[in-house]
Design a protein around this ligand. Structure first.
Ligand code: AMP
Length: 189
């Protein structure tokens, strides 16, 4: 199963990605996780991404395109993968298309998790409070910016993938298990 998980910050992409890994024996490719790991290790990539991420802006398409292109060649991706947090712009989606064509891979579906903005802000702030790992981008001002960036740059991808007949929209406000089941049924359709 080769999937993209699309949705605003706080929609539950990370949680659902973990379920999808179990349910379909695939790997999660999260550009956010890869970038955070690079920041923790203080690699040149991490140093470049750190300030941009702390503001809730997007790192350059070149950086994330390269991360994903390399990662897709790894052995563990051959059985399938779930792209979580990538693509986030039309330019990234175009780059992904070219990569997939070149690697002879075709996507099965793009899952869109739909959640209202007010719920998202509350969720992210709660996640920040409950988590022992602090994320530099989990305060209200930055969250609002991340949501704006999503609306302006990423949401157009719903239309983009609808036109390709790949979108499966799921209500992300339900409980986590319910969302998991809704995704499974959507993928069976
Ligand atoms: P996430 O964990 O997916 O919410 O990503 C956290 C942050 O990492 C984002 O706010 C961006 O700064 C950066 N990031 C992650 N994925 C991408 C991407 N595909 N394109 C650009 N920036 C990204």
């Amino acid at each position: 199963m080769k999937l993209i998980l699309l949705g605003p910050p706080g929609a539950g992409k990370g949680t659902q990605a973990k379920y999808l890994i179990e349910d379909y024996d695939i790997v999660q490719l999260s550009t956010g996780d890869i970038l955070r790991a690079a920041i923790a290790k203080k690699t040149p990539l991490g140093l470049k991404a750190q300030e941009i991420m702390a503001k809730g802006d997007l790192v350059s398409d070149e950086i994330v395109n390269a991360i994903i292109s390399e990662r897709l060649d790894d052995e563990d991706c051959q059985n399938g993968f779930i792209l979580d947090g990538f693509p986030r712009t039309i330019a990234q989606a175009d780059a992904l298309n070219a990569m997939l064509d070149e690697k002879n891979i075709s996507l099965d579906a793009v899952i869109e998790l739909k959640v209202d903005e007010d719920i998202l802000v509350k969720r992210i702030l709660n996640r920040a409070k409950e988590s022992d790992q602090t994320r530099a981008d989990d305060n209200e001002e930055v969250i609002r910016n991340r949501l704006k960036v999503y609306r302006e740059l990423t949401e157009p991808l719903v239309e983009y993938y609808s036109a390709k007949g790949l979108i499966k929209s799921v209500d992300g406000t339900m409980g986590m298990e319910k969302v998991r089941q809704a995704i499974k049924s959507a993928l069976q359709e």
